[in-house]
Structures are given as structure tokens and as C-alpha cells.
Design a protein around this ligand. Structure first.
Ligand SMILES: Nc1ncnc2c1ncn2[C@@H]1O[C@H](COP(=O)(O)OP(=O)(O)OP(=O)(O)O)[C@@H](O)[C@H]1O
Ligand SMILES: O=P(O)(O)OC[C@H]1O[C@](O)(CO)[C@@H](O)[C@@H]1O
Length: 323
């Protein structure tokens, strides 16, 4: 293998730049030519492919976002789109690709590998931490710390005014950010897509808190919770608790931005090198990850089809600590 390419796709996540840097510099160190594809699959289809040098990735290890830009590509979902993308890779003589993204990115990458046989190694870059085959994904730790910082600040007002706050965090299908920021932030309750919590459960918990002389409460809601958004949940709870002062904060995209934590920079750097070494050693159609702090390669089909269960120890801990 002589030429490889790297791209980022789906939602950006803090640490993607550290991973791009690692892929580029690892490839150069291992005598490969390396190309950067801009705007994910859209750029692959449009042919936005440029050779990268060591200095192309200077001064980015500490930055959020992605210097290669990202996109959610509709055209890549079509066979014609993927064919165009493959022709562009062929034109540049690219023999292997590193895809940095989430489960959607890997679903596309797996299809692409099946159709055209081009070796693909995925590096898990999403704040959701929802990929089977890695204990952690790039950006998750930073997102949790951002959410935690916000919850700490919200707690000041909650405590000063004896209020109930519903704080919505990201996680379309996964409650990882919610559970970790909830434990770290001392939340009274965490609502996640993986477990069912009813409105009656929420009301009982709040009443129990008042009976226990709790002045304020914080309930962290993952955006994908079955009961709806934090605003919807709060509105339904309010009907039954007219004497409680209830507020809602949606943390939104601030969780996806900012300087990556040390953990994310190191994780991203390790995964970048492992992705390149994987390609050189004949890995194809796999996602690189860390399990028990060791580098692993998991078949892409498994990483996208199997769900990563929420750590039940953390779920239990949340309940025990919130009395
Ligand atoms: N079934 C599919 N077939 C072909 N391409 C797909 C498929 N699913 C997703 N993709 C491609 O992967 C891109 C990224 O997927 P998606 O938008 O779901 O983000 P993601 O990688 O899951 O990241 P995040 O978890 O941050 O949202 C899509 O915009 C699309 O181009
Ligand atoms: O930027 P967009 O397209 O609104 O993406 C939001 C989604 O991306 C994720 O943050 C993952 O990156 C999800 O948790 C969230 O639902």
C-alpha cells in the first residue's frame, strides 16, 4: 500500500483534528502518501481530495471541529453517488481509507467496502459514545466535561432559588453523555433512551426529594428519551406539581465544540496511528477502538449492528446517590 486518504463525516467531535493529525503523521512516518478528503462523502463524490504534508496538520491537536470539514451526504446513500466517489479515489491511486465518524459514517463505509473492495478502517469520532467495539469514542469525554461544567453552573441557580431544572444533553439513541454528566453533576435523576422512565416516576422522585428537605433538583434528559424533549417532559410534570418552580435548559451544540480534553487528544492520537497500521497490516472493513485500554479491530458490520449497552453499574449508582 502506497497511498491512503482520510476524511471526517457525520457530526464533528472534539478530537477529530487530533486524529487527522495522527493519521497524516503516522502515514508519512510509515512511508505512505496521504490525502485529505474535504466534506466527508460529499467531497469524495465531488473529488475534493488533496495531498497532505506533515505541516498540513500543524497546530491543530488542541482544536475542536474538523479541518477537513464534515457533511451529512444524501448522494452517498445512492449507488451512483458511491460509484462516483470510488472513481475519484481510483483517479488519485488511493488504496485505503480512514473514515472518522459515527455509526452512519460506518454504515456507508461498510457498504462502500462491500461494493468496491477498497480497504476501509473506521476511527470512532462521535460525542455519543454509541459504537460497539470501543469503550470510548473521540469527543465523548470532552462533551461530558462541557455538560458537567454547564450543570455545575445551573446548580448555582437551582440551589439559590429552590428550583427544579430539566437539563437536556445530546444523545439521539444513547444515554452515555446523560449518565456520566448526571453522576458527575449530582443529578437527582437521569432519563435515557436505553431505560424507561415514566412521568409518574419523575413526579414521585421530585416529591420524595421535597419530603427529604431537598431544596432543588436537577434531572438530566438525553435528547432521545422516549418521553420526549426536556421541554415536553417539564410541561407534563408541571401540570401535577404546580408548587414547584421548574426551568428547562437545552445544552445543544455547545457539547460538540471546544478544545478536546487530554483524554480525547490521546485517544484520537492512538486511534489514528492504529488505523494507519491496520491498513498497512491488511485490516479492511473494520473499526479501530480501545477495549480495556488496548487497541482492537472490530468488523464494521458488528460495530454498526450491535448496540453498546449502557453500563448498568452507572445506572445503579445514579439511583443510589440521588436519595
Ligand atoms: N445506509 C447508508 N448508506 C450509505 N451511506 C450512509 C448510510 N448511512 C449513513 N451514510 C452516510 O454517512 C453519513 C454520516 O452519517 P450520519 O449523518 O448518521 O452521522 P454519524 O456518522 O452517525 O455521526 P454522528 O453520530 O455524530 O451523528 C451520512 O450523511 C451518509 O452520507
Ligand atoms: O448537528 P446536527 O446535525 O444537528 O446533529 C445533532 C446530532 O448529532 C449528535 O450530536 C452526534 O454528533 C447527536 O447526539 C445529535 O442528535
Amino acid at each position: 500500500m502506497k497511498k491512503i486518504a482520510v476524511f471526517t463525516s457525520g457530526g464533528d467531535s472534539p478530537g477529530m483534528n487530533a486524529c487527522i493529525r495522527s493519521v497524516v503523521r503516522s502515514a508519512i512516518s510509515l512511508d505512505l502518501e496521504v490525502f485529505g478528503i474535504k466534506y466527508g462523502y460529499d467531497g469524495m463524490i465531488r473529488g475534493e481530495i488533496k495531498k497532505m504534508e506533515s505541516q498540513s496538520v500543524s497546530n491543530i491537536v488542541q482544536t475542536g471541529g474538523t479541518i477537513l470539514k464534515s457533511a451529512r451526504s444524501e448522494e452517498f446513500r445512492t449507488k451512483e453517488g458511491r460509484k462516483k466517489a470510488y472513481e475519484n479515489l481510483k483517479k488519485h491511486g488511493i488504496e485505503g481509507i480512514v473514515a472518522i465518524g459515527g455509526d452512519g459514517t460506518f454504515t456507508g463505509a461498510n457498504l462502500f467496502y462491500d461494493e468496491f473492495g477498497i480497504p476501509v478502517v473506521g476511527a470512532p469520532g462521535t460525542i455519543d459514545n454509541d459504537l460497539y467495539g470501543s469503550d470510548y469514542t473521540i469527543g465523548f469525554d470532552t462533551a461530558v466535561n462541557t455538560a458537567l461544567d454547564a450543570i455545575d453552573k445551573i446548580r448555582d441557580t437551582a440551589a439559590s432559588h429552590d428550583r427544579v431544572f430539566f437539563v437536556e444533553v445530546m444523545g439521539r439513541h444513547s444515554g452515555y453523555i446523560a449518565i456520566q454528566s448526571g453522576i458527575g453533576g449530582g443529578a437527582e435523576m437521569v432519563m435515557v433512551p436505553e431505560t424507561s422512565t415514566t412521568i409518574d416516576d419523575v413526579i414521585s422522585k421530585l416529591r420524595e426529594g421535597r419530603d427529604n428537605k431537598k431544596g432543588s433538583s436537577i434531572i438530566v434528559v438525553a435528547e432521545g428519551d422516549a418521553q420526549g424533549s426536556a421541554h415536553e417532559i417539564a410541561a407534563r410534570v408541571k401540570i401535577h406539581t404546580p408548587n414547584m418552580d421548574i426551568k428547562v435548559t437545552n445544552l445543544g451544540h455547545i457539547q460538540r465544540g471546544g478544545a478536546p480534553t487530554a483524554f480525547d487528544r490521546i485517544l484520537a492520537s492512538r486511534l489514528g496511528l492504529a488505523a494507519v497500521e491496520g491498513l498497512i497490516n491488511g485490516q479492511k472493513g473494520v473499526m479501530v477502538g480501545v477495549i480495556d485500554n488496548k487497541i482492537t479491530y472490530t468488523n464494521l458490520k458488528l460495530s454498526i449492528s450491535k448496540s453498546k449497552p449502557l453500563n448498568q453499574e452507572l445506572v445503579r449508582l445514579t439511583k443510589i446517590l440521588s436519595i
